[in-house]
Design a protein around this ligand. Structure first.
Ligand code: HEM
Length: 448
């Protein structure tokens, strides 16, 4: 099969690093200004750009047809065996997020039913309850200031705990969060490091990594063992996994749960945080959403049924995901000779796909840097131009769940609590594994 797009784009070659570029390629510049440099290269050198990471070549694709080719139509030529995914699997093990080939297919098949619309009645009720419980907790606490980043993390982990284990995770949530964050931070540093750390520092980091990994594994293994002791419940992920794969060992179950905790909490929590950032930074947006919620003024809680008619909220969240896609860049590895835009792609070439670049590509979006939820009123968006959840066979398994939890918490928060975002002017983007706000987002609360 060949990529048959009528346009043959020329390959852009941004300048290499100063001084050592013949050895390092672009890696030093990428380390210093990863997002800005990638953006500048797309604007200046087009939608098909080559960069070098030491002796490895990567093509950065921002043409939606080529992205569709790699992620969907010729996905088997471009699996996830990249150095980045290999590093991530050191934290989360061999789960559905990082596996490739037949073992990925097997796990995805087992997990897929858990994310199907049929399950949604159970999900809906559960997420309704967790959202209400979370809002009530804030109202009862009588605090004047709220750290949205903590709030969002706790909420998304509670949703996962309740959905997958039918458990209120209580204080364990923050312990899981603490150790997962340490592991992610160490992994992030390793991914972007070029000059190795001095021996003492790297030894300490290896020790910290091992320690946090063993605590995290223990916490999650305890949850799994507790779940196993309970009577069978088809809504319990562990029960369903054990039933579907009776031959698998503890490590398998541990890896699947860690994977879902990793892939499912920070992404959704970041979007919730960015939503509050844009509510502060974009005058008028909060009023638009409040006005839309007025139609439910006789109800105390907005539930999963109500959110279908909240179009403005939907467009607002889409625009936040366009501007700040948490999974802002990911990779694929070419394993079979291919041709893209008339250029040979040889096995071993890395392909970089960046939802952030796609979403800010001026050849795909009018005024891409302007926050404008109304752009989502039209259906006229290329299927691979807006890809916050990826695309093709490896598309996010939790996209519906994420949209549900984000909408429910925002709608109920805005309805029930008066607030002002206090520090949005200090917030920048931090492009690590996820695209995070550079600081925790804070709001002042006034209860209605
Ligand atoms: C706003 C929230 C979320 C965003 C933006 C997001 C984004 C993504 C993206 C872009 C991918 C594809 C990565 C690639 O192709 O290399 C992905 C995959 C995945 N996501 Fe999400 N995600 C979100 C929420 C969730 C949730 C709530 C869960 C589960 C509880 C989840 C579980 C997964 C899993 C398991 C995969 C791997 C699927 C596979 O490879 O078969 N995600 N996500």
């Amino acid at each position: 099969m060949q990529y048959k797009h009528q346009k043959h784009l020329p390959l852009g070659h941004p300048p290499r690093d100063n001084f050592f570029g013949f050895l390092t390629g672009h890696i030093l510049t990428l380390r210093q200004h990863r997002l800005d440099f990638m953006m500048e290269s797309m604007i200046k050198y087009g939608d098909f750009v080559e960069m070098k990471l030491l002796n490895k070549k990567t093509f950065i694709l921002t043409d939606p047809n080529a992205v569709g080719w790699v992620l969907k139509y010729n996905a088997n030529t471009y699996p996830k065996n990249t150095p980045g995914y290999k590093k991530v699997s050191k934290v989360i093990g061999n789960g559905v997020f990082t596996e490739v080939g037949d073992s990925w297919k097997e796990i995805r098949k087992v997990l897929q039913p858990f994310f199907n619309p049929k399950k949604f009645d159970f999900y809906n009720q559960t997420v309704n309850k967790v959202a209400q419980h979370t809002i009530l907790k804030i109202r009862n606490s009588n605090v004047n200031e709220l750290n949205i980043s903590h709030f969002a993390t706790e909420y998304t982990l509670q949703v996962l705990g309740k959905i997958f284990f039918s458990e209120n995770l209580g204080d364990e949530v923050m312990k899981i969060y603490e150790h997962l964050s340490i592991l992610i931070e160490i992994t992030e540093n390793q991914l972007t490091e070029f000059i190795p750390l001095p021996f003492g520092a790297s030894k300490k980091r290896r020790k910290d990594f091992k320690y946090s990994l063993s605590i995290l594994d223990n916490l999650i293994m305890n949850l799994i063992n507790d779940a196993r002791k309970k009577e069978f419940d088809s809504n319990n992920l562990i029960h369903s996994l054990v039933k579907a794969c009776p031959e698998k060992d503890d490590q398998f179950f541990l890896d699947q749960v860690k994977t879902l905790a990793f892939a499912g909490h920070e992404t959704s929590a970041n979007i919730i945080s960015w939503c509050f950032y844009f509510l502060g930074n974009e005058p008028g947006q909060l009023d638009i959403l409040k006005n839309e919620l007025d139609k439910f003024s006789d109800k105390k809680w907005i539930d999963n049924e109500d959110i279908h008619s909240l179009y403005k909220l939907d467009h607002f969240i889409n625009e936040v995901m366009r501007m700040r896609p948490p999974a802002w860049s990911f990779g694929r590895l070419c394993i079979q000779k291919d041709i893209i835009h008339g250029t040979d792609v040889i096995p071993g070439t890395l392909i970089t796909i960046s939802p952030y670049l796609m979403h800010h590509n001026p050849r795909l979006w009018k005024n891409p840097n302007q926050f404008n939820p109304e752009r989502f009123q039209t259906d006229d968006i290329h299927p691979f131009a807006f890809i916050p959840f990826g695309a093709g066979q490896r598309v996010c398994i939790g996209d519906r769940l994420a949209r549900l939890e984000i909408k429910l918490i925002l709608a109920n928060f805005i309805k029930q609590i008066d607030f002002t975002v206090t520090n949005y002017k200090d917030i920048e983007m931090e492009p690590l594994i996820a695209l995070r706000p550079s600081k925790e987002i804070l709001i002042d609360l006034k209860f209605k």
